[in-house]
Write a protein of this length. Structure first.
Length: 257
């Protein structure tokens, strides 16, 4: 079996770094390369910049070079809202986005750049990690900085589907900084689990389980050309039902948005 070269964008983020680490745990299967903007942040997080390429997803040229020879691309880039100033007592905090870092620029145009560059480079698979809530215009995350971040993410997902590339789109619920591999994972579609949580469980999932799902998507044929929402049951409700069979999980998902 030949080694798959995989580029992970957003690799210095909290979820992206977990994806990169999981890929690197299988060196006979994957050659994992991280793509990030800040060498300083990568040095701080990984204690080394080895295995990283630095550039900007808004710069197609840097993406083209990074994707050379890659079999797959895992996209974990996202705009990040920033609090403008500490709120006064009784006031709600206000958020904005840094110049050049709005959801339209990052979550739509930046992802379109990645998809176009991957297609031009002959990349075979794209795994796109996004967020639930893209069908809900009034979702609170869309109101942050008036960025409509989930709507722009959804638009990029549609672009990927229409690109003709082999895709897996993973829309995660609220991300938890908790250990992975200890819960039963549930998949759904079109934010149905947000509107009607199964048995009233929280619509959240550990970042580590999202990372594992992204890596397993490169291995499992049932993940190809699928798009789905994903959450987890609470750990105390998953005893004996922890998700280990990802082929079965992906088989429950469907194609299209």
């Amino acid at each position: 079996m030949s080694i798959k070269k995989v580029l992970v964008t957003g690799a210095s983020g909290r979820t992206g770094s977990l994806v990169l680490e999981k890929l690197r745990q299988s060196p006979k299967e994957f050659e994992a390369v991280g793509f990030a903007r800040s060498p300083e942040k990568v040095q701080e997080q990984f204690s080394s910049t080895e295995g990283f390429i630095f550039g900007d997803i808004k710069d197609k040229t840097s993406l083209e070079g990074a994707l050379e020879g890659c079999t797959a691309l895992i996209i974990l880039t996202s705009a990040v809202p920033q609090m403008k100033a500490p709120p006064q007592p009784g006031e709600r905090p206000e958020f904005g986005f840094e110049p050049g870092g709005t959801p339209e620029e990052v979550d739509y145009r930046g992802q379109v750049n990645q998809i176009d560059a991957a297609k031009a480079a002959g990349v075979e698979r794209i795994v796109l990690v996004g967020s639930m809530g893209g069908t809900q215009e009034n979702h609170p995350l869309n109101k942050m900085g008036n960025g409509n971040i989930l709507l722009w993410k959804r638009k990029a997902e549609q672009y990927l589907i229409e690109s003709g590339l082999n895709y897996t789109i993973i829309r995660a619920g609220g991300l938890l900084d908790q250990p992975g591999g200890k819960r039963e994972l549930l998949v759904g579609k079109d934010d149905e689990m947000l509107e009607n949580p199964p048995n009233g469980i929280p619509t959240s999932i550990p970042r580590a389980d999202v990372a594992q799902t992204a890596v397993q998507a490169l291995r499992e044929p049932h993940a190809q050309n699928k798009a789905f929402d994903i959450i987890s049951k609470p750990e105390d409700a998953s005893e004996g039902q922890v998700t280990k069979d990802f082929a079965r999980l992906f088989a429950q998902a469907t194609s299209g948005l």
